[in-house]
Design a protein around this ligand. Structure first.
Ligand code: CA
Length: 664
């Protein structure tokens, strides 16, 4: 979300919460799997957690968005659990419901609760559906790809509309979950698009921008072609309606999301969900606030909402009921939808303990599930910095990775200054920060962390804690960043720099991550915060695939190289320190040049030695490579893991903005 890499300066707060928030510690919590709705053959039981409510009512409806309730039922308190309950002696499948609570003598607005697993139009009312009817054929045997090590994962971040909305996608269900179920779709020039494109490219996992039910798009007016990234959560446990073919039918969105997941799994591709438990779209009007006022959000001593999300509020993961909510929610997505990974938005708003429980619980369900997130906040928080799931605290988190803003900002230039260049576009002085990315922020005898731009110490104790990238949905995408920062240079230089930048990402230790469409030089017309920009800005033009075929081929080759060679995917800091050796280059005399070897069959690689030489200069560079018989794997914007030819080593020249990769 907006505000990436805001490593806020934080006052040293020794307490975990504000004085205002202390009142919530005494609340009883309730963690049963019957929260809000439990359906049986002859009865339907509702149970709402709301410890301080003075009364609670259940409204039953025939429709998801029209008409008055056909029944209003007073709920009965169970004070030891902090819940309110009502049982209707009939199976209510097909009906809708909301809750209302009495606070300070006033009935608050209706809410579908916080555990609605199916919802009607715009998520206003929860729905009772039979989940068995939502499973596509073969669902019982559906499984995502097995992941041995997280460094084997290759992430591709996409948004439903970006990926399929453009007329050139050739996809029928544009902007929908079903877009990713369509095979055989072609661009006007006959290039594969959609799921076939993903297979051709070779990525292992798609990371899809928020797909839970969010607030901003009016599901009743889809003809308006509204666009939003979806970082405005409404119902955390139900899919977004605008991505379904019928948002009024609660089962359709569930079924179609599962069909998408099944199709991706059948193609061997895992599905990562972008989850935003850190804040709610609305403050007082959020489902959290309407069920248990005050409890789920953090506040300052004044009682005002604190706002580490930059979106008006932040949630309180350190409180038991909120912690359980997050854990049970991801477990639910993993169980019911077979989700293969979770990307936590502004993860540092959550506390370390919660994140560790998240990862541990998910591991029990499926050890292949990958958990990673943004190790920063977008504002100050009452949660003490040492408790935050910050990038700098990642070593305290087991089986969780964080994005490396080190590599990102050093390779392409800082995100806050569009004209700023980086290592790959000729700016000197960033070599050491790039090296921090190459070794995945692990301790390395040849990396001087004191020269790091973003981080000053090796914060990762394993490469599996790091996700490397140069761009994502936030800020200028790579193409736009190159166009702004390299203005005046020919496009061929920008394409060369794009290849070099991604070569650094894909050959570095850690897990590589790329933004959808950059493999065909997609741009967003210079819009850096396109969260609600129209399709004309956000949609990927698939004509680019033939226009930039050479770039696509290069990405394909990079991915194939990484997949074929475990040396790029080491799994321990010790292995990296032992096998990854930087060549001595005086960056004061020869800036923007990095050369290193992956030695001695690193991580069981076939190749004894792989040499990676990165030239970020606008001109040619020269390096000395030990004499011998080398296979040329990448040179001057071309790449082929099988080899492009051979070299005898010695004094070699490297083209401007390019990588030379040799192997023997
Ligand atoms: Ca919605």
């Amino acid at each position: 979300m907006v505000g990436s890499a805001l490593l806020c300066s934080v006052p040293s707060l020794s307490f975990a919460q504000s004085a205002f928030d202390e009142q919530f510690v005494a609340y009883p919590s309730y963690n049963g799997n019957d929260l809000e709705l439990l359906l049986s053959e002859n009865s339907t039981t509702f149970k709402l957690w709301s410890p301080k409510a003075e009364g609670a009512r259940l409204n039953l409806y025939d429709s998801g968005h029209n008409g008055a309730p056909y029944s209003v039922v007073e709920m009965t308190p169970i004070p030891s659990e902090g819940t309110w309950t009502a049982t209707i002696p009939q199976n209510l499948t097909g009906k809708f419901y909301t809750f209302r609570i009495l606070k300070d003598g006033k009935w608050l607005d209706e809410t579908p609760g916080v555990w609605a697993k199916a919802v009607g139009l715009n998520g206003k009312r929860a729905a009772v559906i039979d989940f068995d009817t939502t499973n596509p054929e073969g669902w019982a045997d559906d499984k995502g790809p097995e992941v041995k090590n997280f460094s084997d994962v290759i992430l591709y971040e996409m948004h439903h509309r970006d990926f399929s909305q453009h007329p050139s996608s050739g996809i029928a269900n544009k902007g929908k979950f079903l877009a990713l179920t369509e095979t055989g779709s072609l661009s006007p020039n006959g290039d594969a698009t959609g799921i076939d494109h993903l297979k051709e490219l070779g990525i292992t996992h798609v990371h899809i921008l928020p797909s839970y039910d969010y607030n901003s798009v009016d599901e009743g007016n889809l003809q308006l072609n509204q666009y939003n990234w979806g970082y405005d959560p409404l119902n955390y446990n139900a899919p977004e309606g605008s991505y379904s073919t019928n948002p009024s039918d609660p089962a359709t969105r569930v079924r179609e999301m599962k069909q998408m997941i099944k199709a991706l799994h059948d193609a061997g591709i895992g599905v990562v969900m972008d989850v935003v438990y850190n804040h709610t779209a609305d403050n007082d009007g959020s489902n959290f606030e309407l069920t248990a006022p005050g409890y789920y959000h953090r506040h300052w001593d004044s009682g005002n909402y604190s706002d580490a999300s930059g979106c008006g509020n932040e949630t309180a993961s350190e409180r038991q009921q909120m912690r359980d909510f997050i854990i049970n929610s991801v477990k639910y997505w993993a169980d019911e939808y077979h989700i293969d990974g979770f990307r936590f938005d502004l993860m540092a708003i959550h506390d370390i303990e919660t994140m560790n429980e998240v990862a541990a619980e998910l591991k029990k369900i499926n050890p292949s599930i990958f958990v990673y997130g943004e190790g920063w906040t977008a504002g100050d928080s009452p949660l003490a910095p040492e408790r935050r799931a910050l990038k700098e605290n990642v070593a305290k988190m087991e089986n969780i990775a964080v994005f490396s803003d080190d590599l990102r900002d050093a390779v392409k230039g800082h995100y806050t200054d569009v004209a700023d260049r980086g290592f790959a576009t000729g700016k000197p002085g960033l070599e050491e920060t790039v090296k921090i990315g190459i070794v995945a922020a692990t301790p390395h005898p040849q990396v001087d962390y004191s020269k790091g731009n973003n981080s000053k110490f090796p914060y990762a104790s394993s490469p599996e804690m790091i996700v490397n990238y140069v761009s994502c949905h936030d800020d200028l995408c790579l193409t736009d960043k190159l166009r702004k920062s390299m203005a005046g240079e020919p496009e061929e230089n920008m394409l060369a720099a794009a290849k070099l930048a991604q070569t650094i990402v894909f050959t570095s230790q850690g897990t590589p991550f790329m933004f959808a469409g950059e493999e065909i030089f997609r741009d967003k017309q210079g819009v850096h915060n396109s969260y609600k920009s129209p399709d004309s800005i956000n949609a990927i033009d698939w004509n680019n695939k033939s226009n930039y075929r050479d770039l696509f081929n290069y990405y394909q080759g990079l991915i194939a190289l990484r997949k074929a060679h475990p040396a790029f995917r080491m799994t321990s800091a010790e292995d990296i320190a032992r096998h990854l050796k930087f060549d001595k280059i005086d960056s004061a005399k020869t800036p923007n040049l990095i050369s290193y070897s992956l030695k001695d069959h690193a991580n069981g690689d076939d190749w004894n030695e792989i040499k990676v030489i990165l030239n970020g200069n606008a001109g040619k560079a020269e390096v000395k490579v030990p004499k011998g018989e080398w296979k040329i794997v990448a040179e001057d914007g071309k790449i082929n893991p099988q080899g492009l030819g051979t070299s005898k080593g010695g004094k070699l020249s490297i083209a401007p903005y390019s990588a030379l990769i040799l192997a023997r």
